[in-house]
Design a protein around this ligand. Sequence first.
Ligand code: WQD
Length: 363
Amino acid sequence: MEQEADSTVLITGGAGFLGSHATLVLLEAGRSVVVLDDFSNSRPEALRRVAALAGLDGWTATAPGQWRAGPSTGVSLQVVTGDVRRVGDLEAAFAQAPIGAVLHFAGLKAVAESVRQPLRYWQVNVGGSLRLLEAMTAHGCRTLVFSSSATLYGLCEQVPISESAPVQPINPYGSTKAAVERLLADAAASEPGWRIACLRYFNPVGAHPSGRIGEDPSGLPNNLFPLVSQVAVGRLPQLQVYGCDWPTADGTGIRDYIHVMDLAEGHRAALALLEQESPQFLTLNLGSGRGHSVLELVRAFEAASGRPVPWQAAPRRPGDSAVSIADASAAQRRLDWRASRSLDECCRDGWAWQQANPHGYGD
Ligand code: WQD
């Protein structure tokens, strides 16, 4: 039996980097969205801009910490300030509209921080997912796209990495993603009707081409792309290149950078498949299938921005691998989707966002 492909979608963490781009893509696909976000690592401004990009105007406050943009009938964006770990906040989100499906982005995602605060990462990422599943069950909603991560592969010898590669996380962040996938698999096996896709991202980068929404990490960024971007715009003095002695062509680490818009479109494709097909449990890599070194990315960003990105060699970062590239053929086959945007487009769009918003949404 097909799922309703026009029901409202709940997006947890919908104000975040990936969540805001996915919210926009779903609104533009004609789906109404309810966002549940505690704004601990995001800003309401992101959703104001998403609504504007989607052509939704007229924000109204509907309750403390709750807003709605858009007409009373037709596509709308509703926002609930709340934490997926709190049953009351989840109930408030499910009360906004009949929820047919959930995209679950809410969670903590900094590898180094997870090493310092493992219990917090398990509490938020696993505890929050457990509460969400309980709320979905209570509301008869069994269609879920989960924001997983290639980090759960750990140090994988086999490159490109396919979904059949061993799940062997080497940090608490990756462990929580693996644990939630296990939780989802058990839920899917226990009761009929679950439609679940675990999407394992490689390295999400870039921004919406309008330059209105993008990555806005709080504090010092953890990942290469926002660091390079902040050096180019002058917020940081120089980039530390973690290891120039890797067994790669130029000695620097190689990663699979995927444009955030490709990633958001991958979520829409995964949701469409789940709603069109019979109940199933899917695990798919979302990557470009192409690898680029740190120095290749630096040069591409300098070309896109016209700004220098000064760097200096630094020791390897513990836990890093030389090469991580996705085998994304399963997603291409099952979703009829592929990452189409190049590294140059990632840098062009990332720079458009950074240049227009030197201090992110805080400007
Ligand atoms: C990329 C390359 C570094 C910073 C992350 C995490 C996780 C995941 C995204 C969601 C590596 C090098 C980095 C710097 C550098 N997100 N680097 N100087 O480590 O591939 O993995 O991917 O799941 O956040 O798993 O991403 O951007 O940190 O590093 O030289 O200051 O850049 O050594 O080769 P990573 P990254």
